[in-house]
Design a protein around this ligand. Structure first.
Ligand SMILES: Nc1nc2c(c(=O)[nH]1)N[C@H]1C(S)=C(S)[C@@H](COP(=O)(O)OP(=O)(O)OC[C@H]3O[C@@H](n4cnc5c(=O)[nH]c(N)nc54)[C@H](O)[C@@H]3O)O[C@H]1N2
Ligand SMILES: Nc1nc2c(c(=O)[nH]1)N[C@H]1C(S)=C(S)[C@@H](COP(=O)(O)OP(=O)(O)OC[C@H]3O[C@@H](n4cnc5c(=O)[nH]c(N)nc54)[C@H](O)[C@@H]3O)O[C@H]1N2
Ligand code: SF4
Ligand SMILES: [Mo]
Length: 710
């Protein structure tokens, strides 16, 4: 060994790498697990790893495999590090000044020629509350366009619609998770918690240990079924029919909480009349669940002293999504199981900030704090907070997929996408690709190149969770502060700064003067004041002290609202609405040509459109391509072999998928996860039929045919 090397090694031995430990929150699902990020700094490189945070208020330090690897994508070398502009089909790096100047020219030119509404804005549920709020303000004030919507339209809109109609307000869980173990019967409908919110399974396991009965409703025997006492293997699209059967048993066998129904609800007479027409045998025939099991499940829930009902996308992502959820809420209300410990409802929120992202104005019809853009008082209040004339605020626009249709028709000509990958996540993605190609100006603000950025004229490098500070509202309605831990890579900028920068070149800078995310939060507090989702009483320091605060929190001295609806519902008369739900068939049912039902969803290792998790080797290696789950009997009929490939075809398209036999799925149904793009994108096949009220697409049912491929 030469002297230099010896010297070098001794130096190294003398200076052990320095470790810095900081707290952050997972960027993926709605549980928002907190964790410790370890940075080991040696001379040239930093090494990062993650350890559980035992002081987490919800998970006692549990993390799932996605959380354990979440930092990998954020520190990846392939992150976007400079603005890029497409010239002659190729993206090349430009300075921020050039990118912003080009953006100004393009946006002003299009708006001068085609009107303010020729530009659309499309957001996402991974954004902080501050950014979701700012994006809404950016569309209405900087661009003055009515066209803004976001990916949460595909996620929470049906549950939100149902909760608003029935309860008067939409907050994902009406009770904190800590009350789950107090429930004596729990219904989990279309929610696969074991794979999608794994770190909260402990609450359900604890409930079960304490004697709670658990009913799972899902066309597949999922990992969540491991805790089920009863599994109702419902036919996709037939939940409302199944619940009508359960409601009938509850009324006929006397499990109705008469006092609660009289004092706290409207509509019982109409519901009772409607249930007279329902026959148990028809409910069973439609839903594919035997009458005995329907009766057993209804008795289990009806007789329990306390109970909770949870729904997620399995029930909600249908053209009848609002009606489906309202029928589950009928169950909750008829039995008086809400507003007390261990009694409540929960729509299990999906994205990191799926809850906050739907409250502060990135939805087409909405202003901050759940205010409505068509309500004159709401408009006047927000116009005053923003310092603009009320008449200048645009009216309501259209939902996410309808924006794609408007682009296809040539009504929207320029689009800014912040934190979403619509080419993979919209239904009927052929139309989306066709539409995006027609845009004269598409700006994508992302961390990586994506299936959507292929169509971008300009690609701007945004911020990942480790760099971006702000608040996130997790599934319980608990607002948390996430601190920034790392500098941005290269020339990337904070997402909210990018919006302020664009506003500034458009001459609207005076409305977007913020020094920090906290500044934006303080404006959001005021904008939400007096609204249903009221954050006025929260501050960063109070939130941190209390380890999160539940909204509504209307005054400065207020400590937040963990349990909702103890005395009254949010409708003006304080009462919840019972409502008769007529079962409706899915918009597409199997035929001779398309004999199977396709349903879609998630797997543990991947997240949404997959851009982040497919770029994480530890996750991608465990589940590298989409698998089509099919029952061996159905597969045999079509000549498919396990591990072989199949062509899967719907009316809208056809893709090639690897086949995975599963005894756990219904014989009439195949399941495909949606985390992949291009030739593996299952949304090339899905049906864009929309719910008439909330505009949720029917991701969970369409008709397909499967054929073997060599
Ligand atoms: N690993 C992982 N976790 C995630 C995500 C992710 O991408 N990956 N995404 C996050 C987001 S944004 C969301 S929205 C949530 C989603 O969380 P979930 O809604 O739990 O996830 P999905 O897999 O879409 O659907 C849940 C279940 O619905 C069932 N299902 C299908 N059709 C029907 C039906 O007609 N009726 C009933 N009752 N069930 C049906 C499916 O078999 C599936 O098991 O997960 C969050 N967590
Ligand atoms: N068939 C089918 N389709 C579905 C569903 C289904 O169950 N079945 N589920 C629907 C649901 S519930 C959802 S939520 C949608 C989600 O659909 P998408 O919004 O398309 O999903 P994401 O993968 O979250 O897209 C996020 C994009 O933004 C980037 N990104 C992530 N974080 C940040 C950030 O902080 N800043 C910036 N600038 N960029 C960021 C990522 O790299 C990625 O490219 O998909 C829907 N589509
Ligand atoms: S459960 Fe959700 S928030 Fe927690 S580590 Fe896993 S993906 Fe992240
Ligand atoms: Mo979602």
């Amino acid at each position: 060994m030469n002297d230099f090397l010896k010297h070098f090694q001794m130096q190294h031995a003398a200076v052990p790498p320095k470790e810095k430990i900081t707290k952050t929150e997972c960027p993926y699902c709605s549980v928002q697990c907190t964790m410790n990020l370890h940075e080991e700094k040696s001379i040239r490189v930093s090494r990062y790893s993650v350890s559980p945070n035992k002081e987490d208020p919800v998970t006692d330090g549990r993390l799932c495999v996605k959380g354990l690897n979440a930092h990998t994508h954020a520190i990846d070398e392939r992150r976007l590090k400079s603005p890029m502009v497409r010239e002659n089909g190729k993206l090349s790096s430009v300075s921020w000044e050039a990118a912003l100047e080009l953006t100004r020219i393009q946006l002003q030119d299009l708006q001068n020629k085609y009107g303010k509404d020729s530009i659309g804005v499309y957001g996402g549920g991974s954004l902080t509350n501050e950014e979701s709020y700012l994006l809404g303000k950016f569309a209405r004030v900087a661009l003055q366009t009515k066209f803004i919507d976001y990916n949460g339209r595909f996620c929470m809109s049906a549950a939100a619609g149902a909760s608003n109609l029935t309860l008067g307000v939409d907050r994902g869980l009406t009770n904190p998770l800590s009350e789950v173990p107090l429930a004596k019967c729990i219904i989990l409908a279309g929610t696969n918690i074991a794979e999608c919110q794994p770190t909260i399974m402990q609450y359900f396991r604890k409930a079960r240990q304490d004697g709670c009965k658990i009913i799972v409703i899902d066309p597949r025997e999922t990992a969540t079924c491991a805790i089920a006492d009863i599994h109702l293997k419902v036919k996709p699209g037939y939940d409302a029919a199944l619940v009508n059967g359960m409601l009938k048993v509850i009324v006929d066998e006397g499990y109705v909480d008469q006092g609660f129904v009289e004092q706290r609800t409207n509509g019982y007479t109409e519901l009772k009349e409607h249930l007279k027409q329902v026959s148990l045998s028809e409910a069973a025939a439609l839903s594919g669940v035997s009458p005995q099991l329907i009766i057993e499940a209804a008795r289990m829930y009806g007789q329990a002293e306390t109970g909770m009902v949870f729904t997620a996308r399995g029930v909600e992502q249908h053209a009848s999504g609002v009606a489906n959820v309202r029928n589950f809420l009928n169950l909750v209300l008829l039995t008086g199981k809400i507003g007390r410990p261990g009694c409540g409802y929960g729509a299990i929120t999906g994205q990191a900030n799926g809850q906050g992202g739907r409250e502060h104005g990135q939805k087409a019809d909405q202003l901050p704090g759940y205010r409505l853009i068509e309500n004159p008082e709401h408009r006047a209040y927000i116009a005053q907070v923003w310092g603009v004339p009320e008449e200048e605020l645009p009216r309501k626009g259209v939902s996410a997929y309808e924006m794609m249709e408007a682009i296809d028709r040539g009504e929207i000509i320029g689009l800014i996408i912040l934190s979403s990958n619509p080419v993979v996540s919209n239904p009927n993605s052929h139309l989306v690709e066709k539409a995006l190609k027609k845009l004269k100006f598409l700006v994508v603000i992302d961390l990586f190149q994506s299936e959507t950025s292929k169509f971008a004229h300009m690609l701007l490098p945004g911020s990942a969770y480790l760099e971006d500070e702000g608040t996130m509202t997790q599934l319980e309605g608990r607002v948390m502060v996430r601190r920034a831990l790392k500098p941005l890579p290269g020339k990337a900028r904070l997402d909210w700064r990018i919006l302020c920068d664009i506003a500034s070149v458009l001459g609207k800078g005076q409305y977007f003067q913020y020094e920090s995310a906290e500044d934006i939060f303080n404006e959001l507090r005021l904008a939400s004041k007096g609204g249903l989702a009221d954050y006025y009483g929260m501050t960063y320091s109070k939130i941190e002290e209390q380890k999160g605060m539940f909204w509504p929190c209307p005054e400065e001295g207020h400590t937040g609202t963990p349990r909702m609806f103890e005395d009254r519902f949010a409708h003006e008369d304080g009462r919840a609405r019972l409502v008769p739900i007529q079962h409706q068939n899915p918009k597409e049912v199997p035929t001779r040509k398309y004999p199977l039902i396709l349903t879609t969803g998630r797997v543990l290792q991947h997240y949404l459109s997959g851009v982040q998790t497919r770029n994480t080797p530890e996750l991608n290696s465990k589940y590298p391509e989409p698998l089509m789950e099919i029952h061996p009997d159905a597969a045999a009929e079509s000549g498919l072999v396990n591990g072989g490939y199949a062509r899967v075809t719907s009316k809208r398209g056809s893709i090639r998928l690897k086949v995975k036999f599963s005894q756990k799925i219904r014989r009439d149904t195949v399941f495909v996860p949606f985390h992949w793009g291009e030739d593996q994108c299952i949304n090339r096949l899905t049906n864009p039929a929309l719910d008439p009220m909330c505009r949720m697409p029917e991701f969970k049912v369409c008709a397909v045919r499967v054929e073997p491929l060599s």
